[in-house]
Design a protein around this ligand. Sequence first.
Ligand code: CO
Length: 146
Amino acid sequence: MEAMFKRIDHIGIVVEDIDASLETYVDALGFTLLERMAIPEQRVEAAFLDVHNGALELIAPTDMGAEEESGVARFLRKRGEGTHHVCLEVEDINAALAELRARGVRLIDETPRQGVHGRVAFIHPKATHGVMIELLEKDRHARSDS
Ligand code: CO
């Protein structure tokens, strides 16, 4: 079988405050900010930093203290700032999910949802020794090679 995972697209890092984290990553460490956005439906703010052939994604929850906190807010409360997920690019996310299901891998998302750069789905961290893996099938127009 052809390899399911093409490359690391980005690594997600949960932070308390996007502005403070950008001061660190852009001003102090010298990363280039690719884009910054609010993602209200996930109750987070995100910023992508260029790492040549991949990216770092800084993610801050906007709903700390809400009655039903987002997953990112709960993560921050429980574990503090730090690495949250590894995003792997796949050619065909439906095929990847079907293959993983067939292998009995526990998924968070049974079907892909639309993310910022394409369709995404998460594998359950219990299935992968504690690492949350995000699968990404990039939107056609977002592909760098087309
Ligand atoms: Co991500």
